[in-house]
Design a protein around this ligand. Structure first.
Ligand code: BES
Ligand code: MN
Ligand code: MN
Length: 446
């Protein structure tokens, strides 16, 4: 493998700050889409299009046609999460840098580096021929904020998902040297909760002691929504939660996962939290969450200002698990906020984006081929696991009946969405080989 050239090409992709949530990066998202489109053309796709191009375009690629060969739909996303806090990066997020065999950059693992593996695995050279597969590509630029456009697109054009299998590499091994295939993804319900307590801010000396304070009310409200024992007090929330079978939970005990190690090396905090009567894996994979992402309002500038804020807003989200439904949870959260706020406090809940949880049965023959490909290349097959994260379009991609293969070549310590995101170069080169082997095995089945 010409690793120097490949690394140069990946770095070109990683240098594009395609942050989909901030409008100031719209042009960068388009540039990343162009990078993907050019790559698809180079790989021989005879039909490359930008779909829904009024936002960050969905890059669609087809072909070339291989009569009688299986059809594989490859999904990925070229957008990335904002890189802040910037001063915690050892080298800047959009200046990819190799240190100690690891490539540091925003998007290195999520998901540009992984798309790169899926694409480069198709490349031919003097001796290697193109896999006998009818490829379809759906590479979007809105995954990191809810995939609204692709979702709508697939609702109107479900035939785009017609394939023998869908392949997604946007996840990680569950431990070094332990490739995985995922059976569930959590869903997501992202909301802004705003409380208003007065017409305007008030002098805290003139009014303090007698006037309501929006931040205080918001803090109390959030404190009621989730109590220190980890329980979420949204009526009805747990009703649809399907507990994993005893058998599945027993298999988790054999996974290379140690709660103490997870606390010390991954979380790096003083203690784990959540519902103590459930194992950590069950809390991460099979129970809903409620997280506060940030709180704004009042005075947060330099220095000091004595004011009673009239309004405060919290960005929050719930992760959802099978068989919860986004639409139901939205209603439940809105009702809970109304119920838990005192009468003198005006509340509103605005939903920003979300996703239903996804469940995949990993029994289709295509999963055996992936297992075999990992065995052949890295010496160990895939273990079934669950994922705590979300990929909003997964349920829609599976609607046509094709098995959705959720896997990845990242490692658990890649720091997705956080400062110093990285991808180990060994994972990158192995990843290309694994997918190349998978394509070869799949193509041989025609
Ligand atoms: N690649 C992740 C999803 C993921 C991460 C799955 C780790 C399994 C393990 C994806 O890019 C992601 O971050 N999704 C968002 C979706 C949301 C913004 C709608 C997420 O999970 O927060
Ligand atoms: Mn991703
Ligand atoms: Mn992500």
């Amino acid at each position: 493998m010409d690793t120097d050239r490949l690394l140069r090409e990946l770095n070109d992709f990683l240098r594009i700050p395609s942050i989909s949530t901030s409008p100031s990066h719209d042009a960068d998202c388009r540039a990343a889409a162009e990078w993907v489109a050019a790559e698809l053309r180079r790989l021989g796709c005879d039909d490359v299009q930008f779909l829904a191009s009024e936002t960050h375009p969905v890059v669609w690629g087809v072909g070339p046609d291989v009569p009688g060969a299986p059809t594989l739909l490859v999904y990925g996303h070229y957008d990335v999460q904002p890189p802040d806090p910037l001063d915690e990066w050892t080298t800047p997020p959009f200046e990819p840098t190799v240190r100690g065999g690891k490539l540091f950059a925003r998007g290195a693992a999520d998901d540009k580096g992984q798309i790169f593996c899926l694409l480069k695995a198709i490349e031919t050279n003097g001796t290697r021929t193109r896999p006998r597969i009818n490829f379809r590509f759906l590479i979007e630029g809105e995954e990191e904020y809810g995939s609204r456009v692709l979702f709508e697109l697939l609702r109107h054009e479900p035939e785009r998902t017609r394939a023998d299998a869908v392949l997604i590499a946007d996840m990680a091994y569950i431990a070094p040297h332990w490739p995985a295939v995922y059976t569930t993804l959590r869903g997501l319900c992202y909301a802004e909760i705003t409380v208003r307590t007065a017409k305007s801010d008030l002098h805290s000396g003139e009014f303090g002691g007698a006037a309501p304070n929006a931040h205080e009310e918001l803090a109390r409200l959030l404190g009621r929504l989730k109590t220190p024992d980890g329980k979420i007090h949204v009526p009805g929330l747990y009703a649809a939660v399907r507990r994993p079978s005893k058998r599945e939970r027993a298999t988790w005990k054999r996974l290379p996962f140690k709660e103490g190690e997870f606390l010390r090396h991954r979380v790096r905090a003083k203690a784990l939290t959540g519902l103590k009567s459930y194992s950590v894996l069950e809390r991460l994979w099979a129970l809903p969450t409620f997280e506060i992402h940030g709180i704004t309002g009042g005075f947060t500038g330099d220095g000091a200002k004595t004011v009673i804020p009239a309004e405060a807003t919290a960005k929050v989200s719930l992760r959802l698990v099978p068989d919860q439904k986004l639409k139901v949870v939205e209603r439940q959260l809105a009702a809970a906020v109304k119920r838990l706020a005192p009468k003198h406090v005006q509340t509103s809940v605005r939903f920003l984006h979300g996703a239903d949880p996804a469940t995949v049965a990993v029994t289709h023959p295509a999963f055996h081929l992936l297992d075999q490909a990992f065995k052949d290349v890295v010496g160990r097959g895939t273990v079934p696991a669950r994922a705590g994260g979300s990929i909003p379009v997964v349920p829609a991609l599976g609607k046509g009946g094709a098995p959705v293969i959720l896997t990845g070549i990242g490692l658990p310590d890649d720091r997705l969405h956080a400062p110093n995101e990285k991808l180990d170069l060994k994972q990158l080169w192995d990843g290309i080989r694994v997918f190349r082997r998978f394509y070869e095995l799949l193509g041989a089945r025609a």
